[in-house]
Design a protein around this ligand. Structure first.
Ligand code: AMP
Length: 420
């Protein structure tokens, strides 16, 4: 037997309805905020992620799935969505579209070579959104509100919104210098990865998983204390807009997020739910004003978020907001070979009108057919034998109440529709 690859999993038929339900809410809420779907390939030239996500990030350093294709090109399975979206926006010149800001969303598989655990996989799925073309703090707040509204629609309310600002380029440069000065005498107290990060990109030290409780990092200077006037005004306006729509948030000065491209606002939403365990962050995002230009496009500011869909499924499991158990409208019970063809015709007509209809393909006995109908959670049984065939009727049994009625074949659809 060949097993699945470590860190991957199958979405089996008994669970796929949950995915479909989440995907429906993604599409519905995106429509409300007037974001349009974009679909990009799951693999890109490796260089896109090296430049886009950042050479010094954990994702690019240790987690990408890279391979050389048969044309000797260096290819990477996408570890996140934003770099590909930005590549597509530049390549297709969407930044020149008259509808600004560009409001895009995506959903699909992402790949990271991480240590698999509950809520953390090597192939996982994200729902993300990006608003490109506006530097307005209102769109930062809009993106956060969009993410939170999505959670509300999934009935996940027990959440904590954490927000912070990294500032603009000027603030980031000043902060980087202050942080370096502060860390210099303490470098030997950091983990080996952080000693490297200190040299390559000191900001990365702040979201180290190993050094999370290291006092050197807890007491380190925070970006929020080094904001330029412009960056401070931007952040204040984001906060004002969040207040206006009644969102409760916590300013978390230590929040930096794991990707290099962020500027200004960064945020995460956590849910306190048993089923999530340690992986309580459902969504992360922020503003990335330099990414489009750094990937060869014009100077286009942008802000976005990404949800992990697996964690949403875990969160929903603990809330018992499971979708209604799958059901079918009708199960056809044909009694005897001579009625078989007419039975097939009847069910085919009902399907064309939009009813979910199933059938016994194993020629089971009557008891077996009834059992199968129950297992499929059939609302109605269509019992059809030679007597019914002669009378041009079907014996329609309501599987819940037991009520049984002879219904002319041409009226079955309307009869069932009225009862649903
Ligand atoms: P990031 O792209 O790292 O900002 O992650 C955004 C969201 O994707 C996280 O908050 C998680 O919910 C989810 N996520 C990230 N990595 C994984 C993974 N390996 N497995 C499952 N979900 C993940």
């Amino acid at each position: 037997m060949i097993n699945k690859v470590k860190g991957t999993y199958d979405i089996l038929p008994e669970d796929s309805f949950k995915w479909q339900a989440i995907e429906k809410v993604i599409n519905d809420v995106s429509k409300l905020f007037n974001f349009k779907e974009i679909r990009t390939p799951i693999f890109e030239y490796s260089e896109l992620f090296h430049r886009g996500v950042g050479e010094t990030t954990d994702i690019v350093k240790k987690e990408t799935y890279d391979f050389i294709d048969r044309g000797k090109r260096s290819i990477t399975l996408r570890p996140e969505g934003t770099a590909s979206i930005v590549r597509s926006v530049i390549e297709n010149k969407l930044y020149a579209s008259p509808n600004q800001p560009l409001k895009l969303y995506y959903k699909g598989p992402m790949f990271r070579y991480e240590r698999p655990q509950k809520g953390r996989y090597r192939q996982f799925h994200q729902f993300g959104a990006e608003a490109l073309g506006s530097n307005s703090p209102l769109i930062d707040a809009e993106i956060i509100n969009y993410a939170v509204t999505f959670l509300k629609m999934l009935k996940i309310d027990n959440i904590l919104i954490k927000i912070n600002s990294l500032g603009d380029d000027e603030s980031k440069a000043l902060y980087k210098q202050k942080l370096k000065e502060y860390l210099k005498p303490n470098v030997d107290q950091l983990c080996s990865d952080c000693q490297r990060r200190y040299i390559e990109n000191p900001l990365r030290v702040l979201d180290c998983k190993v050094d999370k409780f290291n006092p050197v990092l807890i007491e380190a200077p925070k970006p929020l204390d080094y904001l330029s006037h412009v960056a401070k005004t931007h952040f204040d306006k984001v906060i004002e807009a969040l207040n206006a729509v009644g969102l409760n948030y916590e300013i978390d000065k230590s929040l930096v997020r794991g990707l290099d491209y962020y500027t200004h606002t960064v945020f995460e939403v956590e849910a306190k739910l048993e089923t999530l365990g340690a992986q309580s962050t459902l969504v992360g995002g922020g503003r990335y004003n330099n990414l489009v230009a750094s990937l060869g496009g014009p100077n286009v500011p942008a802000v976005g978020f990404a949800f992990g869909i697996e964690r949403l499924i875990l969160a929903m499991d603990s809330l018992e907001t499971k979708e209604e158990k799958p059901f079918i409208h009708c199960f056809m019970i044909a009694l005897g070979d001579e009625v078989q063809n007419d039975a097939l015709k009847i069910i085919n007509n009902l399907r064309l009108k939009g009813l979910i209809v199933d059938y016994d393909f194993f020629d089971k006995n009557l008891k077996g057919k009834f059992k199968q109908a129950d297992r499929l959670n059939a609302r109605f049984l269509l019992i059809y034998g030679s007597d019914e065939q002669k009378e041009k009727v079907v014996n329609v049994k309501n599987n819940e109440t037991g009520e049984q009625t002879k219904v002319p074949i041409i009226e079955i659809y309307q009869y069932i529709k009225n009862k649903l």
